[in-house]
Design a protein around this ligand. Structure first.
Ligand SMILES: C[S@@+](CC[C@H](N)C(=O)[O-])C[C@H]1O[C@@H](n2cnc3c(N)ncnc32)[C@H](O)[C@@H]1O
Length: 461
């Protein structure tokens, strides 16, 4: 796919090394960002793609990896975007790119000449300009380095120290007293956590500098937003009605809400709402929210939680309703909706990893519920609207995971499987993105026997 923005510097192979710094410093005046991914990078990237697409923001991905994505957007992004995303840890505004070859020459090959030159290549003055002078004492700043390929890992710590000390010199020249923040001894990767960034006030002071070592280009910039784990924790642990066993985290809930392209004012439905974790996130996305559950206790619990949320987050205009009902017969209770995200029953809680035949049995016993739900959901969704649904991903003793293959069922009901990456413009080396047709995402913890497979469908126009 071509570039929307006529932005091709990352691909001009022959001239890249000579021209890239010059070209990119002009280009990076525009809206280029590095998104540092949460632990499930595919899900994080799918969420970002759906989020931007839902808001009509054109974008291109020029780098993707397990740890970060480099994305150029047509319009500037606000720092508050991070609060809307469940799967992004940091967003950095890129100030300049340096060819990655220079980073590897300097820090893997220990080429002193290149190292010297690097001080001129890095946008030290621009980064230091942004940092305010400390009212008293020294201003604290930190540097975090991420890399796209494990090959770069040995270069990362040296690059982190180098950038920190070069920046300290630059700050001194600007007459700004500064302290370069170190890491605890046992820190595996030279990266500050979002909590450290928040607690040290680095965000307000534009004082966390990120270096993202990509496959061909290395981005350097200032962190403009970090994920606030305290807010997500609060929604998880402080809500009044808890039900530990079926809990889906606020992070994954928010990702699901975004996968349905939920934007403010849309009517959002979770027909197996439980205590309302997904509903909470949809309400925070300013949707008009409807929850359905067959269990009366859950209905009351979800209501209590949403009422708590509206107070806690001062959501004066919150519009929500939770009703007792059957997800297999939604027409009876509700009218058309714009988005559906839900986690139906995933089977019994398992004490140990099951055998494959037992896992198959669990999945077969759940199929009728999912089939009936799909028919029922199709009946209340507007044409063009999206559904994100969790199905069980059961680990078994043979090592093979047993899943439901909901795609076939959904298709026979009239849904179209959605591949969130299919329409995305991957440019430069990222054009070889291998997962274009992916329509489902697995999210599973080491310690859990049952994971989640999240699939996305659309009711065709
Ligand atoms: C896995 S839990 C959902 C958990 C939920 N995401 C939460 O945050 O609490 C599944 C929920 O579906 C409800 N349920 C089961 N069968 C149902 C049906 N036919 N219609 C509506 N709700 C149903 C259960 O009562 C349970 O609360």
């Amino acid at each position: 796919m071509g570039s929307f923005f006529g932005w091709e510097p990352l691909q001009s192979k022959a001239s890249k090394q000579i021209l890239s710094v010059k070209i990119m410093s002009a280009q990076t005046e525009k809206n280029v960002y590095c998104f540092v991914s949460g632990k499930n990078w595919k899900l994080s990237l799918a969420e970002i793609a759906s989020y931007l697409d839902a808001r009509g923001i054109k974008f291109e991905v020029s780098e993707f990896s397990r740890s970060f994505f480099t994305i150029k957007t047509e319009t500037a992004l606000d720092a508050s975007v991070i609060d809307d995303l469940g799967g992004t840890l940091k967003i950095t505004q890129v100030a300049a790119f340096v060819p990655t070859k220079r980073i590897t020459d300097a820090f893997l090959e220990e080429d002193k000449q290149v190292k010297k030159q690097l001080k001129f290549d890095l946008p030290l003055d621009a980064l230091a300009d942004k940092m305010p002078r400390a009212a008293s004492g020294k201003a604290v700043f930190g540097v975090s380095v991420y890399w796209a390929d494990p090959f770069f890992k040995p270069a990362a710590r040296a690059a982190q120290r180098f950038l920190g000390s070069a920046l300290k010199d630059e700050l001194k020249e600007q007459d700004k007293k500064a302290r370069f923040m170190g890491f605890p001894r046992d820190r595996q990767n030279p990266q500050l956590t979002p909590v450290e960034v928040l607690k040290q006030g680095l965000l307000e002071n534009h004082a966390e500098i990120l270096m993202c070592i990509g496959k061909t280009e290395t981005a350097v910039g200032t962190t403009m937003a970090v994920h606030n784990p305290f807010e997500f924790q609060k929604r998880d642990l402080d809500k009044p009605a808890q039900r530990k066993i079926f809990g889906i985290s606020p992070r994954v809930s928010r990702i699901m809400v975004n996968l349905t392209r939920c934007t403010p004012e849309k009517v959002f439905l979770d027909p197996f709402c439980g205590v309302g974790n997904i509903l909470q996130e949809a309400l925070l996305a300013n949707a008009r929210v409807i929850g359905v559950d067959i269990n009366r206790w859950c209905v009351e619990a979800a209501k209590r939680n949403l009422s708590w949320l509206t107070r806690e987050y001062s959501l004066a205009d919150a519009d929500y309703a939770v009703v007792q009902g059957d997800a297999r017969d939604l027409r009876r209770k509700i009218r058309e909706v714009d988005c559906v995200a839900t986690e139906p029953d995933l089977g019994p809680a398992l004490r140990e990893v099951p055998t494959e035949p037992y896992a198959e049995k669990i999945v077969s016993s759940l199929k009728p519920l999912f089939e009936d739900f799909l028919v029922s959901a199709h009946g209340v969704m507007w044409a063009g609207s999206y559904l994100a649904v969790v199905t069980p991903y059961i680990k078994t003793r043979s090592g093979k995971a047993v899943t439901m293959n909901i795609g076939k069922m959904a298709q026979s009901v009239g849904f179209k499987a959605v591949a969130p990456f299919r329409e995305v413009a991957f440019v430069g080396d990222a054009a070889d993105f291998p997962l274009r047709d992916l329509t489902s995402f697995v999210d599973v913890d080491e310690r859990h026997k049952i994971g989640r497979e999240i699939s996305i469908f659309q009711k065709p126009q």
